[in-house]
Design a protein around this ligand. Structure first.
Ligand code: SF4
Length: 112
């Protein structure tokens, strides 16, 4: 009778270990991904065309009149950075990161 109990305990320990390693690896991947992405170049044609600025306070409000105070990449639907990071991915700039305090004319208010 003791063997099944030991086997159950062994498999339970294995599952807990695998789950802990997986969660840890996911966290590390997210940090590494965010760190590795190069920042969008504000002078690139795409960034200039969209009026992207790393700091929303520097947006040319005469050229991009739809800008409203409080709009930033962090609360944009297309931003997927973590809540506590300064830079994060944006769907419009694949393979690069935008500043959470930035803005561009494609801004879409995050739902919810
Ligand atoms: S689409 Fe949104 S997240 Fe991307 S640069 Fe523009 S404002 Fe920022």
């Amino acid at each position: 009778m003791e063997k099944p109990t030991n086997r159950r305990a062994f498999f339970k320990d294995c599952l807990v270990t695998v789950a802990a390693v997986s969660v840890g690896q996911l966290a590390l991947n997210r940090v590494a991904y965010a760190v590795e992405l190069p920042h969008v170049d504000e002078s690139s044609p795409q960034a200039v065309g969209l009026g992207y600025k790393h700091d929303a306070a520097l947006v040319d409000k005469t050229k991009f009149a739809r800008f409203q105070e409080g709009q930033t990449c962090r609360n944009c639907q297309l931003y997927s950075g973590a809540a506590d990071t300064e830079w994060g991915p944006c769907a419009l700039f694949p393979g690069q990161s935008v500043n959470a305090k930035g803005w561009c004319s494609a801004y879409v208010k995050k739902a919810g």
